[in-house]
Design a protein around this ligand. Sequence first.
Ligand SMILES: [Zn+2]
Length: 707
Amino acid sequence: MATEDRSTQQPPASTEDRGRPAASAVKDRRWRTAAVRVGLTAGMIAAVIESLLNKSELLARISAWLWVEALCFSLITHVVFGLIVCAAACLVGAATGRLIRPLADRLRPAPLALAGLLVGEAVMAGWGIALVAGADLPGGSAGLACAVAIWLVALVPVGWICLRLGRGILGRGLGPLSRVAAWPAAALLLVAIGVRWFGRPQVQSADGFWTPEASSQPVRSSHDRPPDVVLIVADALRADRLGCYGYHRPTSPHIDAFAADAVVYEQVISPGAWTIPAHASIFTGLYPSQHGARFGLQRLWLDDGFVTLAEALRDRGYQTLALSNNPIVSPATNLTQGFQRFAEPGDFGRSAGSNHLAFFRHVLSKVRFLGPSLARWFFDDAGGHTTTAYVARWLRDRDRSRPVFLFINYMETHDPYEPPRAYRRQFVQASDVNRSYGIDQSSTTVWQYALAGKPVYTPRDVKILSDLYDGRVRELDDHFADLIAVLRAELDLDRTVLVLTSDHGENLGERGLFGHQFCIYNTLVHVPLIVRWPAALRPQRVDRLVQTCDLFPTLLAWSRAQARQTAKVMARSLTAEPPTSTQSEGRYAYAEYLFWPASPLETLARLDPAFDPSRWQVAYRAVFHDRWKLILASGGRFELYDLRSDPTEARNLVASHQPTVASLAGQVGRWLGSFKRFDPSQVTVPEDRHLDDEQRQRLRDLGYVGS
Ligand SMILES: [Zn+2]
């Protein structure tokens, strides 16, 4: 009965094949046809299932086009992957039939191809899930060899089951289904490739983006209504990498055009050197010593007792929305107090094919030759693209009788620096573009270079990383232009307070450092601040010292909101002093780096017992006044720099300028004595607060938590 069935369904297998020479069995058309048909069909089904399982419902609610893009991405990855694994399974099947003749009759292409795909999907998904759970899996070629070995081993039992089922319902259904569905699947694949190709990120021209005339309608006189407020924080954006702050490369044509019609603050010091304290200072007007948002997973938290900008504006009647692409600017850290709505657009963007992406980034992108060619298809939206769509949707749906407070955190300029190809081509030397995909930017590798002094990067790699950062700035600049287009359509920009700043800068190889930890140099604390509000400000450049925490009293005053902060606010409104006040009369600015992350040091010590972490277990404070910057390290060490003649802080003048050191150190002492410091024992982190696996993985990717 079974023999009869086989002979009627697949005459070549039972009659001609057995007599054929071995080589022709491999070339058997049946195997090829099955591989292609099943690969296309099952890949398409996998893509549809994934799209249904993932956050596609949310994506569709934001924008139908985003949903189509995500589906196309899913289709390409699953169908191409399906074709590869089905072909591999058929090769294995054909080769087995050749080697073990008695089995040749029993091995049938379609069920085996399906088994290959099922096992492949499971290996990739399992790999992604294990990575998210923190498993230490091999990457690169070793990882690929491992994955292939697992796939081969698992193919035997799963293939056997599929072959058994193949004689029954699976066999009767799969063949006809794949014959019918393969053509539409192939057509869909072509459409998906077309959509991704034509929709791929392109470097936009800044022509006509912003002309002061275009936005010079008279300001409406509705005095009762406070202005709409849009606060944009580009995470880890260095001031000196923007054209309007003197950078020589064309990283920011749109931001520059906007800045020419706005107030550009040239000397802006962030009170914190990294994300959480810096955002907390912007939101509360307080210094890190006062708000105490600091390191340690349990202490990545802004205490509920403080009044935030969003709370004050919400109470003033604003509709408040936070869009954060950084997982630690979120309810998980309580930085989003006062925002009535909160979303992580980057999260939606990543959802399509996330397990594939995790596997790809960990394994395939590090395989030489394979990586660079595949990587261009797997560019990862850091959230900017989805953010624009989200803002458009939210503004369309808003209550137009009330003002809006919109806060956006962009992650394009945060590590890892993985701009789409178009931006790489603009900023990375042509001969290095392919190499740029293969540089390992995992946090452990970066720490090994920066903290342990391991030569994991060549000087050429360091240059490429810096160029990639420039590419990311340019990408951010395009997202900024897209955002402005949406804001212009929905808001009256002349009645809108528009602020562009960053929480901190980034080390890009200076002093061998990368990222934004373990120091308090100006690479980290000198940030951009560009403010536009035609109702009250005329475009100009302001060179007196200001701080990002000044945004708290400034935006409260402009929106005529009241806030009784629970600690002493030493920040000053940006318009409280004339922009021309001379430097010597000017203020003191302070920056603090009070806690360092323990996990990188622990990871490095685990990898190399000889590693000495004590060099990095240092807290810093810095005071800025006039031309001077004094750094006070926790061990009692001082560094003094004359920023006017030495902006890169290359010459420590402590030995030759003792009176200045004493005067500035005395000032820091008086400053510390003038307010109540945050008492960590008072912190009220809720007991049930926890980070989910995905958040932990994101924190690990960003280097905040050890691997
Ligand atoms: Zn940050």
